[in-house]
Design a protein around this ligand. Sequence first.
Ligand code: GAL
Length: 417
Amino acid sequence: MLRKLLIGTALASGLAFAAHAEDVKEVQMLHWWTSGGEAAALNVLKQDLAKEGYAWKDVPVAGGGGDAAMTALKAMVAAGNYPTASQMLGYTVLDYAAAGVMGDLTETAKKEGWDKSVPAALQKFSVYDGKWVAAPVNVHSVNWLWINKAVMDKIGGAEPKTFDDFIALLDKAKAAGVTPLALGGQNWQEATMFDSVVLSTGGPEFYKKAMNDLDDASLKSDTMKKSFDNLAKLVTYVDPNFSGRDWNLATAMVIKGDALVQVMGDWAKGEFHAANKTPGTDFLCYRFPGTDGSVIYNSDMFGMFNVPDDRKAAQVALATATLSKSFQSAFNVVKGSVPARTDVPDTDFDACGKKGIADLKKANEGGTLFGSLAQGYGAPPAVANAYKDVVSKFVHGQIKTSDEAVTELVKAIDDAK
Ligand code: GAL
């Protein structure tokens, strides 16, 4: 019996060896990086892999925030047609891992020492049941303002430190005839902005309780109601054509000086970078007023599926390239994010990137690093979707009052849990 087993094993490894000789030299990647800045960042990866002889099979699914991409991924996985990897956000990785369809990169992780270089906040979502199932690409954070410097000078504005300062600044832009706030009326953009509003309104502890722990009393509280009041105020500064606008078009309004400011994750900086704009000269990056010291993060991960043996070498090549120090610097400089490893020098990053790296370190050490609920790091997808839906209905007037918004939010999150 044992002999039979051994022969079986020998045969299997022989077969594995034979298959290895015909490794598929192709990386098939599903992602939602279709804006100018995103595509430029992705090119860095394509080029690195091309140097190693891997062809790139692109599966782009447009739609910031990735909802459409995740629908497409679900269909592929259901059909047993796994991509080499897919861009994914935190809790989605864990969902697929729980479903048993992810591969295992632990051997590569050990060899490369990811345990030591990748922050624990990311390992929580890239390691499942002791196995590495995803390669973190970056750390984005959402509590930022992106401001056109020329417009700021024209209206004589200064960095807003509090929510009230922010409102006063928006008023100045309005008085000067510039659209104060560039927003795309899509639920994920509205909810991404609301993450910052909640942190600013309630402070770090409140954000954590409400948006990560889903604490009922916090979700029902007057502070949450006040957060919706503040969101309602912001929405009065948006131009009438905001419904359905893509996030990068909202960024373009700021780049061109058609609007003063966008509240958006630092992927917006990728658009400024692609347009050859320099922080301090052409644009300004400030933390969302009242949130300095805290970081609301998300991280793009390349989720690795349990692909057939002849496609595993490509997966290892992709993961190794992704977490190499040089790639982490080169890619994130273009993407607007910061490295997913703690040992990458900030030398090549611009002023906003350097601030992003320093802020992340400080927040991580000080216990003020929180997952973005809008961006897949606060709660599982069903809860995040319920949240996005309620916030969006409020912004578009289908939910009329802050009281009603709080009631709907509590109910929707309860149902989704
Ligand atoms: C986020 C993602 C970013 C950026 C953004 C807009 O979910 O983490 O990398 O691409 O969507 O598409």
